[in-house]
Ligand binder design. Sequence first.
Ligand SMILES: [Mg+2]
Length: 423
Amino acid sequence: MPISSPIGHLDSDCFYVSAERVRFPCLRGIPVGVLGNQGACVIAKSYELKAAGVKTRVPIWEARKICPEAVFVKRDFRWYEVLSRKMLDVLADVSPLVEYYSIDEMFFDASELPRVFGGSMREAALQLQQRMLQEVGVPVSIGIGESKTMAKLGSDTSKPFGVHTLHELTDKQRFDYLKSIPVGELCGVGRRSQAKLEQHRIFNCLDFIRADSKFIQNLLTIKGEALWYELQGESINKIATSRPPHKAISRGGSLGGKTAIAKQQHAWAVRNVERLIEAMDFHGVFARKFSLSLERPNDYGWGGHVVLSEPTNSFKLLCAVFREMLDRSDSRDKAISHMHLIAEKLSYRNEIQRTLFETTYSTHDGRPITESPIDQLATLKQQINQKVGRFAIRSGETLHLPEIYADETNDYDICDVQGKMCF
Ligand SMILES: [Mg+2]
């Protein structure tokens, strides 16, 4: 087996709550819930709130009944990103390779830790944990292993505020450890894969590595086979310091409740088009395929897509495309709770030759929507917003959502954290 550098995985414990406790120390040691959009549902909870029986995604009125002494605060992704970047800085100082996996999770090359901090790997990891607490203020759990899968298992199973150095286990300890972890807890094994494995009497991670690798590949494709090698201690999935090119970009999410009012539904579509274009501009792409998916609590929801003849990022064109899909969905007078806009068939702007002429999209009733390849108004809007603030200039159609724009916390969303690896 090739000898590779030990890999670390660092994961903040109940990150949103911990981040709130950094700026509001009075929240320490008490049950705390962080609320999502519109302050309706619990999206993160402290260990005290979890112990009281409050689960993620319950509405605040239920959470209050279960735990009346709890304190609830509204999420502030801008602040969480500030702390996330600080975590990244601390880690980059002690490791030559860091992968920003999510807002509070990072993989890193751990080979330098003992030299930087002195002592054994375990002692060094404990010191890194202390340094995070002192310099950023958030508690983290750290796993070290021969592969990313083992490192992540290590941090997952040492929470809260633990350190697990799995590459130092003896064979016997390693087998006992793998036996104690249900296969469904592996990152990358979803419910369907778990059910398939269980049909073959593979219940825990030890059963998993004792199965034949080709059998696992047949059952779970090469991704499953990679997991098999990673659990054996062979690093297959490398630390990725830059993000692979996007296949799709999406924006949308909860409407913070539900609405059956057509004007509001359109307003949400326009808001999400503005966000989608912003993300496409950030990544320097145009797209040709656009999909809309709607969740409607009272039926199965709706999904549809449109493929254009030319790649675009035109606000005018995309508004027409999504508005038409919304009309096609027949959602008038039907409550919508979630809306997702997805851009696919992406082309990087520096790699394509765009048409010099106007592009026309014909709506189903024959109405032509023309797009100029150079949209001066959109460029001006982008420049002003970059200078003055996000949504400082926005479409008049979003005026039907006054409460969304009046609330500053909605200026920033978790998916707007740019540069992250995976979400
Ligand atoms: Mg975490």
